[in-house]
Design a protein around this ligand. Structure first.
Ligand code: HEC
Length: 126
């Protein structure tokens, strides 16, 4: 027979593990680190999806370029037919101005491994 005491203890241990994992995630997710170092100055990653200097990236995967809750888009983005998928984001982020001439987005991420890590993180922004 498992006592209440044991169950309570197990629950506390699990809660502890869970928050330790969440903390580890926050500090070790390499994509999140890149995002916090290179993107948050201009882009929000958490709801409510407010614009700062750039459009919020909450829900970016599946969104059409230049839409979303944004007043900071270029004409190039608004008039483009691009829908943001992993592959279109990969092309855009590796060289925004070549992929979408006239875009206001100034940052490039060229390292393929960093791009993968960043895309993994962008996919979690909902
Ligand atoms: C100095 C400010 C700035 C920084 C830093 C920046 N961006 Fe941007 N970004 C912008 C602006 C402004 C736009 C709007 C571009 C347009 O409409 O042409 C944009 C557009 C985008 C878009 C397209 C959004 C949409 O709604 O179509 C994505 C995706 C994006 N940025 C990702 C990133 C990522 C990832 C990083 C970090 C590696 C980053 N940006 C860093 C300013 C910035």
């Amino acid at each position: 027979m498992v006592s209440f005491h044991h169950l309570a203890h197990a629950a506390l241990v699990l809660a502890g593990l869970h928050s330790a994992a969440a903390v580890a995630d926050e500090f070790t997710d390499p994509g999140r680190k890149i995002f916090e170092r290179r993107c948050v100055g201009c882009h929000e990653g958490t709801p409510p999806s407010a614009d700062t200097l750039g459009p919020s990236l909450v829900g970016i995967i599946g969104r059409k370029a230049g839409t979303g809750n944004s007043s900071v888009h270029s004409r190039a983005a608004i008039e483009s037919d691009t829908v943001w998928t992993r592959s279109s984001l990969r092309r855009y982020l590796s060289d925004p101005g070549r992929e979408m001439p006239g875009t206001f987005m100034p940052v490039q991420v060229q390292d393929p491994k960093e791009l993968d890590e960043l895309l993994n993180y962008l996919q979690t922004l909902r």
